[in-house]
Ligand binder design. Structure first.
Ligand code: PHE
Length: 357
């Protein structure tokens, strides 16, 4: 028994990994191991012999088992030490700037717009980018024959012959979210909805996918004066100036009555876009009082409620604020452009902290 003990304790001490340890366990104290074989011999012994050999064998088995457990723990410690040494990291080193991303001006401006309207009590609503032509057109008082449908350069989703589902479009504006919000929230409400929209158009100030932010306020006593005030407050806060020249131009939208488009004074000197000076005007939004038919389509009684709505081009106001002359560059994914116009990734725009810093 002493021989067995010497042999196995020696092997355990020399074991270099868990697999070797397991092999030792099997041959020593496993079901068919040497200790088990010895136990079987107990049957052939006299009762006196057995009284000595039995406990001794059990003690041997215990001793080998605890040596195995201790060695196993030691091996795990060594492995952890090795791993800690290998994966050592100096967290005080500066981050590698070449891996640092920036916030795209569209995301930045969306955050800025949201912060400003949140301060005025507007919450954020969302809707799908692929919507039915009912939400995108009919519910907004643009029936099938209406010229506005053709003017919008709509992308229609392909429909297989015999497909009876309602036609779907890539939404041409964020206005369908007006209807969806009326359906889910009812009146009164104050929401904005920022998001991507699509039209088949492409030049320096148009891309097939661009961004709008819809605004909608419904209550019992709302007028054009409220709309004008909200937009003026927004523009001042957004451009971080005391006054900006705005031009409210009478216009027409099927879903508002009366309607106004709003332009902002700017200049395009030397390929750079400057806001607030010059003789040019850039249209940034359409607006008006929500048409009674639209309220009705959204399930709201136009006899008791009224509201204003606006749809503003996020990309447009981003170009104006940050002097970006070509809209197409927003979507080129050119890293040099992104580094130049991007924003630090951890700066959250807030009104009190400064929107753009
Ligand atoms: N949906 C209009 C557009 O895309 C903008 C708009 C929104 C006008 C809400 C009036 C009211 O041109």
């Amino acid at each position: 028994m002493d021989d067995l003990k010497q042999k196995y304790l020696g092997q355990i001490a020399d074991a270099g990994d868990e697999a070797v340890l397991e092999a030792i366990r099997l041959s020593a104290v496993g079901k068919k191991g040497e200790v088990a074989l010895k136990m079987r011999e107990l049957g052939k012994m006299t009762p006196e012999e057995r009284q000595v050999a039995g406990p001794a064998l059990n003690a041997l088995k215990d001793e080998i088992n605890s040596a195995l457990a201790a060695k196993k723990a030691a091996l795990a410690d060594t492995a952890l030490d090795a791993r800690l040494r290998e994966e050592w990291l100096d967290v005080t080193l500066p981050a590698r700037s070449r891996r640092q991303g920036t916030i795209h001006p569209i995301s930045q401006v969306t955050e800025e717009v949201t912060a400003i309207f949140a301060e005025m009590g507007f919450s954020v609503a969302e809707g799908p980018r692929i919507d039915t032509d009912w939400y995108n057109f009919d519910a907004l008082n643009i029936p099938g024959h209406h010229p506005a449908r053709a003017e919008m350069d709509t992308f229609y989703m392909h429909r297989a012959e015999g497909d009876n589902r309602p036609p779907h479009v890539l939404r041409t504006h964020t206005s369908p979210v007006q209807i969806r919000s009326m359906e889910t929230m009812g009146a009164p409400m104050r929401i904005i909805c920022p998001g991507g929209v699509y039209r088949a158009d492409y030049d320096q100030t148009h891309t097939p996918m661009f961004h709008q932010v819809e605004g909608l306020a419904i209550d019992q006593d709302i007028s054009m004066a409220n709309l004008k005030w909200v937009l003026e407050e927004f523009v001042k806060a957004f451009f971080e100036v005391d006054g900006v020249d705005l031009r409210f131009r009478a216009s027409h939208f099927p879903f508002t009555e009366p309607s106004a488009e709003v332009d902002i004074r700017c200049s395009w000197e030397g390929g750079k876009l400057n806001v607030g000076e010059g003789d040019d005007w850039l249209e940034i939004l359409g607006s008006g009082m929500v048409h009674p038919k639209v309220l009705k389509a959204g399930g709201i009684d136009p006899e008791s409620w009224q509201g204003f709505a606006f749809g503003m081009g996020i990309d447009r106001i981003a170009m104006l604020k940050y002097g970006i002359p070509d809209l197409r560059a927003f979507f080129d994914s050119d890293l040099r452009w992104l580094r130049h116009y991007g924003f630090a990734s951890l700066d959250q725009p807030t009104l009190h902290g400064g929107l753009s810093r």
